[in-house]
Design a protein around this ligand. Structure first.
Ligand SMILES: Cc1ncc(COP(=O)(O)O)c(C=O)c1O
Length: 493
C-alpha cells in the first residue's frame, strides 16, 4: 500500500466504562475516526506495541480491536509492513454516517443568519473588489516584465541557509537594513525626508492604513476622506470606528475649505495628493499649504497615501506633503505592490518619530512584525540598483500602454466617452454618458472576462459620477485591443 504521510494522529479517547470491554471501546473509536475523516485513507496507524504502551493496556486488547477492524475492511496491512487505514471504506458505513450527519445539520434557512459584529454585517454588503488576471484589472502591474530571474536569484541567496537570527521574533518596525534601503530609495525617488527609525515595514498599504487609523483615532472621531475615495481607505477607517466625512475633490484635489466648513475639527484627513484615487488629479501647491496649515492649527493628522507616485509620464513629480511638512503632522504611506508585485505584500509607513512607539505597540496587536525573508530580498534588490532600473523601464512601458488604451477608447467609442487621465499611474477612468449605470456595465463586462471597477462605488454620497476604472499596466497591446473590442460591444449593446 502507498504510504500516506502519517500526519498528526488524533488523541484516542477511551474511558474506564466497565460495561464495555476495552477492545470494543477501541474498535468504536477507530471506526468513528475513520468514517468521520479524522483518520485519512492510507494513513499509517501506530503499532500495537506503541498503542499498548500509550494507553496502558495489553497488546492483546489492541490486536483484538485491530482484528475486527481488519475483518470489516476499515484497516489494511500485515505484520511487518504496518497497519493502514483502508483506501476505500465500506460503502454502507459512509452512507450511513453521512446521511445521519446531514440529517442532524439544520439548513441555513432554518437557522437564519448567525450573529456577527455590526461591522462584519456592514462589510458583507460592501462590493467585492475583483481580483485576478483579466484585462483591465485595477492594481495589477506588468508581471510579464518583472525581472523574475534576478528576484529568484536573490530569493535563493537568502533562503539557501536559514539564518538563526531570522527565525526569532523581530522588530515591529521591520528589519533595519530594509528600512535603510527604503529610506535611501525614498529620498532619491520621492523627495521624502526621513530617518530609517521612522520607517515601519508593513504588509502593503492596506495594513498601513489600518494601523494608522487605530493609532490616530478613537471611535466616533471624524475623518475627512476624499470624495470619491479609495475603497480600501474607507474600509480601514470605518473598521476603526471613525465618523467618515466625505470631502469632494475638484481639479486641484481635496477641497480643503469645503472640509473646514463641513467639519473643522476632523482628527485626520486621508489624501492621495500625488495622484488622486480614482480621478487622477494632483493636489495643487495652494491646497497642500492650506491642508498642512489646517492640520497644524487644529492639531490634526494627515495620512498621505502615495501609492503609485513612481509612474508619471512626462509630468514633473511634485514634492510629497511629507516633504513640505514642518510640524510633523503627516503620516506617509507607500507600497511596493505597483512597483514590484502585489503578492509581495510589502509597503511602508513613515511616522513622526514621537509616534513610533504607539505605531509599534498597535502593530503588535495583529501580526507583531513583518516576515524577514522578503525584506532581505528587497534590500538587495534596492541596493544593487534593480529597483531603480525596473521603475525606469516600467515608466516607459506604462506610458505606452496608457496611450494605447486611450487611443483604443477613442477609436472604438468616440468622444461620447470622456477619458479622465493624469498621465500617471497604472489605471485611468472612462466616464460613461448619461443613461449608463456603471455597476451594471461592470457586471456585464465581468461575464465576458473583463475586469473593471465601477467609479460610483468609490463615492460615499450622491451625486456619484458613472464611469469605469480601467487598469492598463498589466495588459499588453493585444490584450488592450481585444479587451476594448469586447467592452465596446457591451457598451453599444
Ligand atoms: C490608492 C491606493 N492605496 C492603496 C492600495 C493598496 O495597496 P497595497 O497592495 O499595498 O495594500 C491601492 C491598490 O490598488 C490603491 O489604489
Amino acid at each position: 500500500m502507498k504510504d500516506v504521510s502519517p500526519g498528526f494522529f488524533p488523541p484516542i479517547s477511551v474511558d474506564d466504562d466497565p460495561s464495555k470491554p476495552m477492545y470494543v471501546q477501541l474498535y468504536d473509536w477507530f471506526r468513528s475516526a475513520i468514517i468521520s475523516g479524522r483518520l485519512r485513507p492510507g494513513q499509517k496507524v501506530p503499532s500495537s506495541r506503541q498503542l499498548a504502551a500509550e494507553l496502558k493496556v495489553s497488546r492483546i486488547t489492541i490486536m483484538s480491536a485491530f482484528q475486527q477492524l481488519h475483518a470489516e475492511g476499515y484497516l489494511k496491512g500485515s505484520v511487518g509492513s504496518g497497519t493502514y487505514v483502508a483506501k476505500s471504506i465500506p460503502d454502507h458505513a459512509v452512507k450511513l454516517t453521512l446521511g445521519d450527519a446531514l440529517r442532524r445539520l439544520p439548513s441555513d434557512a432554518e437557522r437564519g443568519p448567525r450573529r456577527v459584529s455590526k461591522l462584519g454585517t456592514k462589510f458583507l454588503s460592501s462590493p467585492a473588489i475583483p481580483r485576478g488576471f483579466r484585462p483591465f484589472q485595477v492594481g495589477l502591474p506588468a508581471l510579464d516584465r518583472f525581472p523574475r530571474a534576478i528576484w529568484s536569484r536573490l530569493l535563493i541567496r537568502h533562503s539557501r541557509q536559514t539564518k538563526k537570527e531570522l527565525m526569532a521574533y523581530g522588530n515591529p518596525m521591520g528589519r533595519l537594513a530594509c528600512r535603510e534601503a527604503v529610506a535611501e530609495y525614498l529620498s532619491v525617488v520621492r523627495g521624502v525626508r526621513c530617518q530609517p527609525a521612522q520607517i515601519m515595514i508593513v504588509t502593503g498599504s492596506q495594513q498601513a492604513l489600518d494601523i494608522a487609523a487605530r493609532v490616530l483615532l478613537d471611535p466616533g472621531d471624524p475623518v475627512w476622506l476624499e470624495e470619491p475615495c479609495y475603497p480600501g481607505a474607507v474600509r480601514a477607517f470605518a473598521a476603526a470606528g471613525a465618523r467618515l466625512v466625505p470631502v469632494r475633490v475638484d481639479l486641484e484635489g481635496l477641497d480643503v475649505n469645503r472640509g473646514i466648513k463641513r467639519c473643522p475639527d476632523a482628527r485626520v484627513a486621508v489624501v492621495t495628493p500625488s495622484h488622486q484615487f480614482p480621478l487622477g488629479m494632483t493636489m495643487s501647491a495652494t491646497r497642500r499649504v492650506l491642508l498642512l496649515d489646517w492640520a497644524t492649527h487644529n492639531g490634526s493628522w494627515i495620512v498621505e497615501d502615495d501609492y503609485d507616485n513612481e509612474f508619471r509620464f512626462g509630468v514633473r513629480s511634485i514634492a510629497s506633503l511629507q516633504g513640505l511638512d514642518t510640524d510633523e503632522r503627516v503620516i506617509y504611506v507607500g507600497t511596493f505592490s505597483k512597483v514590484l508585485f502585489p503578492s509581495l505584500r510589502i509597503g511602508y509607513l513613515i511616522v513622526p518619530i514621537d509616534l513610533v512607539p504607539a505605531f509599534s505597540r498597535i502593530r503588535e496587536t495583529s501580526d507583531i512584525f513583518p516576515p524577514p525573508l522578503h525584506q532581505e530580498v528587497l534590500t538587495d534588490f534596492i541596493r544593487e540598483g534593480h529597483l531603480e532600473r525596473h521603475v525606469r523601464r516600467m515608466r516607459a512601458l506604462y506610458m505606452e500602454r496608457h496611450d494605447t488604451l486611450v487611443a483604443e477608447i477613442r477609436k472604438r467609442l468616440g468622444s461620447g466617452f470622456e477619458v479622465v487621465t493624469a498621465n500617471a499611474g497604472t489605471y485611468l477612468v472612462m466616464l460613461l454618458p448619461e443613461g449608463f449605470q456603471d455597476t451594471v456595465v461592470a457586471e456585464k463586462a465581468m461575464q465576458s472576462d473583463i475586469s473593471t471597477v465601477p467609479l460610483s462605488i468609490c463615492y460615499q454620497e450622491e451625486p456619484r459620477k458613472q464611469g469605469l476604472i480601467l487598469g492598463y499596466a498589466g495588459v499588453n497591446r493585444k490584450q488592450i485591443q481585444d479587451g476594448m473590442s469586447k467592452l465596446a460591444k457591451i457598451l453599444r449593446a
